[in-house]
Design a protein around this ligand. Structure first.
Ligand code: C2E
Ligand code: MG
Ligand code: MG
Length: 699
């Protein structure tokens, strides 16, 4: 028997090669598993070549490490065949690993097939030496080598399968697994070698004609090294690319999600917006139809929000809305939807099918919102006006109807004095119909000359002289008769018609005033009301200037009335507009004073010339000491700020006396003169220098 010796350095190199090949194989398995379509095919093909070459090189390095005291060579075709077997086994292994399931039975079968492949490669490689007499194998060691090959294959497959999708830390695990696998593969090889018995007269038939060991060594080192390096580098680069793509994709997905969120939610409260609400409502309707169930829609408006927003600014207003949203959210169940439709309007879709339960919910909401809210140290109080509509499964009940019904009911709740709830009734939708018809008519009113101005006289309290009139618009509707401004101005404001109407009013009032002036009433002035929208219109100043010029009316004849809440809504902007008007010579009156929240600081800076005490304080003046105290305070304030104080809504002698005594500078009201058309007005007050004294009204 010939005994061979091992070159230890080559053994170590072969062992390293086995580990490198194992690492490559594990890496490729992960790539194949992660890739799709064509890419998966190329990774499978490239991976099996790299892995096959790796295992095969390990095997031949091992053979090179084994030195027999005879010249050695290898049959080229058999050597190539052994390489092909290695590649084929690797292909099979990778294919198995990238399947979605790996049952024990399948693992066992695959381990057998792959083990057989590895053994075939090994013993085919041995056969490439074409030894004569042939190598004999020690049966137990041979069997052991086969067992090791099968077991190592099984372990390798199992590890590769389980490591293929791991995320973080996979490299270290893979390296550890590669060491184990490398040892197993080398173990099989060296057991196989140990099984080989070379008779004493053994000769290698390929010593001269075959591939020499030197060439083989060179080839293996260059070829295997290149293949494995290329495979690993490609894999690493591809992984980087993939990771970068993954990061990009996740950024894109995040951005998309955020955009989607923005499109469907309200920016301030993060509650669903109208779009999402419509969607949910549609789903809710479909569910309810399917399950023959009912649900409720609650429309809510925050009472007092506008005043707080006007008085304390948007920041406080926003904080208040966020808090109201939080309380509403806390009062409903998770499966209910709370949405904000903008401004101070909220909607709840509640899984509440009985009117009694809807009442409980509404009361719960009212209680939650009524609790004072403290913002920036200020204690604020608001309440809710709630309109409730129920989905009762009627075929014709649609998404839009429900919201419209709940909205109509909410308007009723507001009209009933806020802080309460109202269920929708079909008569309310008639109201909505009426509003639509009214709007339709209003659009044509101006063209048909249906708008008219009424004038209500204003008197001086000192000498009882008439000092002018307030122009109040009326709509002479063809079928409804005289429509008061309260019934159509809000509609005109909602639809923007107010700009045209407002311009007409100003024009007509100035025309009238210039006519009165020409008739000798040079001590009168005309008051014209401006709505908040008109006041904030960028062309307001130009419009006023043009109208005055058109009628050659000196600005002192014109007083513009804006409500306290309009003036204080955005106090800084108001200041700029009012200053321009003041500069022009137009007088400013703060209407409905006492109903909003004035900031004294701003009031001091406003270039106004009069405050008009709201009718509400005058009404019960003689019985209500609080109202009297408020009026006295306003008068004192007016004196301090050098403003005239007008009291409107004077209906009784007592009120007239009282207000005069309190120190109001002028009065206006039904007692002194109702609003009337221009012709009648002049008739009633045509006596030059007429005072209320002469009509027997002096205190
Ligand atoms: P306002 O500016 O506060 O006008 C005073 C309102 O009080 C008028 O109601 C007037 O008729 C009413 N009034 C006057 N004296 C008495 C009284 O002794 N007792 C009672 N109960 N009421 C009295 P009107 O004409 O219905 O106008 C209501 C509101 O509509 C006005 O309140 C004003 O804000 C607005 N408005 C009227 N005309 C116009 C206009 O041309 N443009 C704009 N933007 N708003 C207008
Ligand atoms: Mg007014
Ligand atoms: Mg008023």
């Amino acid at each position: 028997m010939l005994t061979g010796r091992y070159n230890i350095s080559l053994v170590i190199v072969s062992l390293l090669m086995a580990m490198l090949a194992s690492y490559t194989a594990l890496d490729m398995a992960a790539r194949v598993a992660a890739a799709k379509g064509r890419a998966a095919f190329w990774w499978l093909a490239g991976g099996s070549i790299a892995m096959g070459v790796g295992i095969w090189s390990m095997h031949f390095l091992g053979m090179l490490a084994f030195r027999l005291p005879v010249a050695m060579g290898y049959d080229l075709s058999i050597t190539v065949l052994s390489l092909l077997i290695a590649i084929a086994s690797s292909l099979f292994a990778l294919w198995i690993v990238c399947q979605s399931h790996l049952s024990w039975r399948r693992l066992a079968a695959s381990a057998l097939i792959m083990g057989a492949g590895v053994c075939s490669m090994h013993y085919t490689g041995m056969a490439a030496m074409r030894m004569t007499p042939p190598i004999r194998y020690n049966p137990p060691l041979f069997i052991l080598s086969v067992v090791i090959a099968v077991a190592a294959s099984g372990a390798a497959l199992w590890i590769a399968f389980h490591l293929r999708n791991r995320g973080a830390g996979v490299r270290r695990l893979r390296a550890a697994a590669a060491v184990v696998m490398g040892l197993a593969i080398a173990g099989m090889h060296y057991t196989g070698m140990a099984a080989a018995r070379f008779p004493a007269n053994t000769r290698c038939a390929m010593a001269e004609s075959g591939v020499t060991t030197g060439w083989l060594a060179l080839f293996i080192t260059v070829f295997a090294g290149a293949v494995l390096s290329i495979a690993l580098i490609t894999s690493v680069l591809d992984l980087r690319l993939e990771q970068r793509t993954a990061v990009l994709a996740s950024c894109l997905a995040d951005a998309k999600q955020e955009l989607q969120f923005i499109a469907l939610h309200d920016g301030l409260t993060k509650l669903p917006n109208r779009n999402l609400l419509n969607d949910r409502l549609e789903q809710e309707i479909q569910n309810a139809r399917r399950e023959r169930s009912r649900f409720s829609v609650l429309c809510m408006d925050v009472d007092g929000f506008r005043q707080i927003n006007d008085a304390w600014g948007h920041r406080v207003g926003d904080a208040l809305l966020v808090e109201v949203a939080r309380r509403l959210r806390a009062s409903i169940r998770t499966r209910d939807t709370l949405a904000r439709l903008g401004g101070d309007e909220f909607v709840i879709l509640a899984d509440v099918g009985e009117a009694g339960d809807a009442v409980s919910l509404a009361e719960k909401l009212l209680t939650a919102v009524r609790e004072p809210v403290v913002i920036d140290g200020r204690q604020l109080r608001v309440s809710l006006s709630i309109g409730i509509a129920m989905f009762d499964g009627r075929e014709q009940q649609q998404q839009g109807d429900l919201l419209r019904d709940a909205d109509a009911a909410m308007s009723h709740a507001m009209a009933l004095g806020h802080n309460g709830y109202v269920f929708f009734q079909s008569s309310m939708s008639d109201d909505a119909q009426t509003q639509l018809q009214l709007l339709h008519d209003l659009r044509q009113a101006q063209g048909r000359h249906e708008l008219v101005l009424y004038y209500q006289p204003k008197y001086n309290t000192q000498d009882g002289a008439m000092i002018g009139a307030e122009a109040l618009v009326r709509w002479n509707h063809p079928t409804r008769g005289l429509v008061p401004p309260g019934d159509f101005i809000p509609l005109a404001e909602k639809t923007g018609l107010i700009f045209q109407i407002g311009e007409w009013v100003l024009n007509e009032a100035c025309r009238q005033m210039s006519a009165w002036r020409d008739a000798g009433h040079t001590d009168w002035a005309i008051s014209v009301n401006l709505s908040a929208l008109q006041f904030n219109h960028p062309k307001l100043i130009d419009m006023v200037r043009e109208v005055l010029a058109q009628h050659s009316l000196e600005p002192r004849y014109l007083t513009l009335e804006i409500t306290e809440s309009t003036a204080m809504r955005d106090a800084d902007t108001s200041l700029v507009i009012l200053e321009q008007l003041h500069h022009m010579g137009v007088r400013i009156s703060i209407d409905d004073f006492g109903t909003g929240y004035s900031s004294l600081l701003y009031l001091k800076r406003l270039p106004a010339s009069e405050l008009k005490i709201d009718r509400g304080f005058v009404r019960d003046l003689t019985h209500d000491t609080e109202d009297a105290a408020i009026i006295a305070a306003i008068v004192a304030l007016g004196r301090a700020l050098d403003l005239k104080i007008v009291a409107e809504g004077v209906e009784t002698r007592e009120q007239q006396e009282y207000l005069t005594r309190l120190g109001c500078t002028s009065l206006q009201g039904f007692l002194l003169g109702r609003p009337m058309p221009a012709a009648q007005f002049l008739e009633a007050v045509s006596v030059p220098g007429r005072t209320w004294e002469r009509i027997g009204l002096l205190v």
